[in-house]
Design a protein around this ligand. Structure first.
Ligand SMILES: [Zn+2]
Length: 249
């Protein structure tokens, strides 16, 4: 068994026995990992209370070669997700970061950029950044890493330029806006406002050049959340549990 050291975000925590728990961790170097933490629920465990949901931790774990769970041997807390105690909307947003991370990734598929993006999103939520803006940046970054960014300025089927004015047809399954030729007969098409289409287009451009985000106007937040919840659901295969809790963001 190889012993590995890395940083990780705790994205799921399930009690396993009276003294142990099973963790899902998204690690900096090994992607998503499921590990058993023996004795973690004892008052004086080797993990010193580091194993909190959404905490950033430095871990040592033993990789099992078979289907067995990896074994967590050490965990040191680097940063707790403190918003949990302060603000429900930030807590839900944090859970959503974890849920999307868990759903979009396969076990043992390393992706350092995705790890850094999740870490940054949790830190932003904890340090007072705008909640709707942080959620959107995280979603777009996660979708980009997974190769699922929507197309907003060209028809996703034929590539013809589409200018959003008034309302524009958006294929949830197809993955972006549709021209008038490609729209008929296609399933899973909704009509989105030009305001939301353009906001998404500009935020994707900003993401790609690592530029700061623009504030999201309150009047488009409801529609934006509905569009993103449905879009993410189509990419993942089911609606995310936390989507409903973000509806008012
Ligand atoms: Zn087309």
């Amino acid at each position: 068994m190889a012993s590995e050291k890395t940083q990780a975000i705790v994205i799921r925590l399930v009690e396993f026995s009276e003294t142990s728990c099973v963790l899902t961790l998204f690690t900096e170097d090994f992607g998503k990992v499921s590990a058993l933490a023996k004795g973690a629920r004892r008052p004086k465990s080797a993990f010193e209370g580091a194993l909190d949901l959404l905490a950033l931790v430095r871990i040592v774990f033993l990789r099992k070669s078979s289907d067995a769970l990896d074994l967590l041997t050490e965990a040191k807390l680097e940063r707790r997700f403190r918003s949990a105690q302060r603000d429900l909307s930030r807590l839900y947003a944090g859970y959503y970061v974890a849920e999307l991370l868990a759903e979009l990734t396969d076990t043992g598929d390393p992706n350092r950029e995705l790890f850094l993006a999740a870490d940054q999103a949790l830190l932003a939520l904890d340090t007072g950044a705008g909640v709707p803006e942080t959620i959107l940046r995280w979603e777009l970054e996660a979708l980009r890493q997974a190769g699922h960014l929507p197309s907003l300025d060209a028809c996703v089927v034929c590539g013809q330029p589409v200018t959003a004015a008034g309302r524009v047809p958006f294929g949830m399954a197809a993955g972006g806006v549709l021209c008038e030729t490609c729209r008929p007969g296609r399933r899973g098409v909704v009509s989105i406002s030009a305001a939301v289409a353009n906001l998404l287009k500009h935020e994707i451009q900003r993401l790609e050049i690592a530029e700061a985000q623009a504030p999201i106007p309150p009047e488009v937040r409801g529609e934006l959340r509905a569009v993103m919840a449905s879009y993410v659901a189509h990419q993942v295969g089911h609606r995310l549990r936390m989507s409903d809790y973000l509806a008012s963001q």
